[in-house]
Design a protein around this ligand. Structure first.
Ligand code: SAM
Length: 454
């Protein structure tokens, strides 16, 4: 079989006695595309997905028979699922194995855009945890905010910082996920254009950057906390060697993850420390190339005292909040300019701390604009899993839902609500707001999110 993949890469992979070069090349040549989605457990449309083949290592995750045009699916815009590469969903299984599912921890997703791992973390850790989702590139941080907002949970702070900023928070996080920027060989099947960009020099560059990212941020992990390190590269220099490098500083132990051998995942060990790593090859698993390792911080990590902050007075009354939100007892709110945000009450002091230390792009859910006496509901509120269930709503057809998402004019006769704010719903899930007037409908779908004609 001809080899159209970089020779140097194949040569190095062949040093592994388990590596089957022929099937690896065959899979890449086949051009087979695998599409998988992970459902949002807090948004349940009437559509059933459970007849599809499940991703074995992640809850609520399925392989699609073919790739649809997601842009035309209202449920995609409603945050009912996230389109995520299946191998990388192994993070869910890891969280389950290390006992962090539904826990009350502080978690950091350091290299988070566009948000695949963050939305997974958010669902697996649940609303008792605090998730800080960081992305260093400004434009990508915006996409991260959009995806996290669509997911609808209020316990996420999206930040836009260089990893070094997290050195200001020693011992603060119980979990750090570092899904590092890498040379990308694991994505060759999905994105053949990346093949020509691959070089050994770039692998070295990525490996140096991965070390810098970790060196500058790792003090933010508490003693006993977990580091999940991953890449979509096949190169040992970016994977096992990085794990060895972390362990050289002592203070870390490798965590072994047991799994069903029928899944086709390969367990590897690093050269000098014998630390465990997990490799995903597209000819062995139904997913793309991926590497992940789990480490636990055993060394003593200095920390700091959290300051208690006084509750701020707010002009927004309980009556107003109760009108728009369910279960407000565990929610605190604060004003940011004119905007009212909700956030878990138990993390009030944490938010103050994060504001002092980091550049925050979004904290919690912005539920709307405060006009002094009334709240103008935001699109983020429509996406929130906390929006009050019995607010006026109108179920619409697929065609009307797509019209709404294009921000087109809607036919007044499709709406039974007589007047006022109304949630447009498709398959029982909220898409956004309209304002119903006696003889017309005002479409409040955000202009910047609207579907442009395909
Ligand atoms: N975790 C994401 C997900 O699951 O959707 C994918 C993350 S992607 C593999 C790596 C991210 O690291 C990119 O968003 C990239 O912008 C960011 N990045 C690039 N250079 C970086 C740096 N020097 N420090 C930290 N992050 C960086």
């Amino acid at each position: 079989m001809s080899n159209f993949l970089p020779n140097e890469l194949i040569k190095r992979l062949s040093e592994d006695e388990h590596f089957n070069q022929e099937s690896f090349l065959e899979t890449h040549e086949s051009g087979e595309k695998v599409t998988s989605i992970r459902l949002n457990p807090l948004k349940k449309p009437r559509e059933a997905y459970d007849e599809l083949a499940a991703v074995p290592w992640c809850n609520d995750a399925y392989y699609l028979k073919e790739r649809p045009i997601f842009t035309l699916d209202p449920l995609y815009h409603a945050g009912c699922y996230y389109v995520q590469e299946a191998s990388s969903m192994f993070l869910g299984y890891i969280l389950e194995r290390i006992g962090l599912r539904d826990s009350a921890i502080r978690a950091l997703d350091l290299c988070a855009a566009p948000g695949g791992k963050s939305t997974l973390l958010n669902s697996y850790l649940g609303e008792k945890s605090l998730l800080v989702s960081n992305e260093v590139i400004k434009s990508r941080a915006g996409i991260l905010v959009d995806n996290v907002t669509r997911w609808g949970m209020h316990n996420v702070v999206v930040t836009n910082n260089d990893p070094s900023a997290f050195g200001r928070l020693p011992g603060y996080f119980d979990l750090m996920v570092v899904d590092a920027p890498c040379s990308g060989s694991g994505m060759f099947r999905k994105d053949p254009a990346a093949i020509d960009e691959w070089s050994l020099a770039n692998v070295k560059l990525c490996s140096d950057r991965q070390k810098r990212i970790l060196a500058e941020s790792i003090s933010a992990l508490a003693t006993g906390g977990y580091l999940v390190y991953s890449t979509c590269s096949y190169s040992r220099e970016e994977n096992e060697d990085i794990v060895d490098w972390i362990m050289e500083g002592n203070g870390f132990e490798s965590v072994k993850i047991d799994f069903n051998s029928a899944w086709g995942i390969e367990e590897t060990t690093s050269t000098s420390k014998g630390a465990f790593g997990y490799r995903f090859y597209p000819h062995k698993v139904k997913g793309e190339g991926f590497f992940v390792a789990v480490l636990r911080k055993t060394g003593e990590q200095g920390s700091f005292e959290m300051r208690r902050s006084k509750p701020e007075k707010s002009p927004v009354s309980k009556v107003v909040l109760e009108h728009w939100l369910d279960n407000i007892a565990s929610i605190q709110h604060f004003l940011h300019g004119d905007n009212v945000h909700i956030f878990p009450a138990i993390y009030k002091d944490d938010l103050r701390l994060l504001q002092d230390m980091l550049y925050i792009r979004n904290a919690g859910t912005n539920i709307g604009k405060w006009l002094g006496k009334e709240l103008i509901p935001s699109h983020d509120l429509a996406m929130s899993v906390h929006v009050k269930a019995d607010l006026p709503g109108q179920e619409v057809s697929l065609a009307t839902a797509q019209q709404y998402l294009r921000k087109e004019n809607l036919d007044r006769s499709n709406f039974e609500v007589s007047s006022g704010w109304c949630l447009v719903q498709y398959s029982g899930v909220n898409l956004g707001w309209v304002k119903v007037l006696p003889n017309r409908i005002n479409n409040y779908y955000p202009k910047e999110s609207r579907i442009v004609h395909l």
